[in-house]
Design a protein around this ligand. Sequence first.
Ligand code: SF4
Ligand code: SF4
Length: 234
Amino acid sequence: MLNIDPVRLADLFLLQSSRGDIGGEYGERVWPEVKPWLALGALAVGWCVVNSSEKLCLACGLCCDGTLFDNVRLVRGDNTKQLKQLGLPVEVSRAQKPITFFRQTCAALCADRTCRVYADRPAQCRSFECGVFKDAQGGRITFASALRLVKQARRKAESIRQLLRKLGDTDEHRSLGERFRRTQRRLESGSHDENAAACFAELGLAVHQFNLMAHEKFYTKVDEPTPASSASRA
Ligand code: SF4
Ligand code: SF4
């Protein structure tokens, strides 16, 4: 997931700059003034050196924002304690075989779609690469086509979010799968007017179309992740 860490690149550049020519008393005086400019430069350099696949993930974020997955499962070797300390709300399911996981939308996903805990991210995040990413990396599709697919998927996901809001679910911090099932249960268990029924029918169709695309283009057979629909039942 999110194969990108431009912040780390920018930090590295800043660190190296701070160890460079700017030293001594003069340096101490000048450093605070040049630091903001170097920071800007570092971000620009960071952006230039990230490769196309990293740019693809920066434009996407679907595997972290609750669109493709409901949660991230932790496995042996993941440092649960550290992840908790880093602010990830780790839970243990009450199933017969308990599963340790944290929910998506991931608390570590930043507004610029970088990962706040990139260096310490769990195994599922390290290993998952979606089909679009793999196809672009392997040269089976161009990065321009991959980007178009990502944009298309994001548009479909946004339509689903809009319909969920229309139906009264504004819990943007939950995954799409969880919000859809919750809305479905609510509407099926109570009375609702014709408008809500029509909106829910539209939502069902939008989710179906998104799932078709997700299974065809994003979930991969090798990695077969825990798709959103089954993960939350853990
Ligand atoms: S879904 Fe694919 S392209 Fe999007 S962020 Fe995840 S790995 Fe990258
Ligand atoms: S920790 Fe969160 S933001 Fe980072 S790669 Fe995993 S799901 Fe994405």
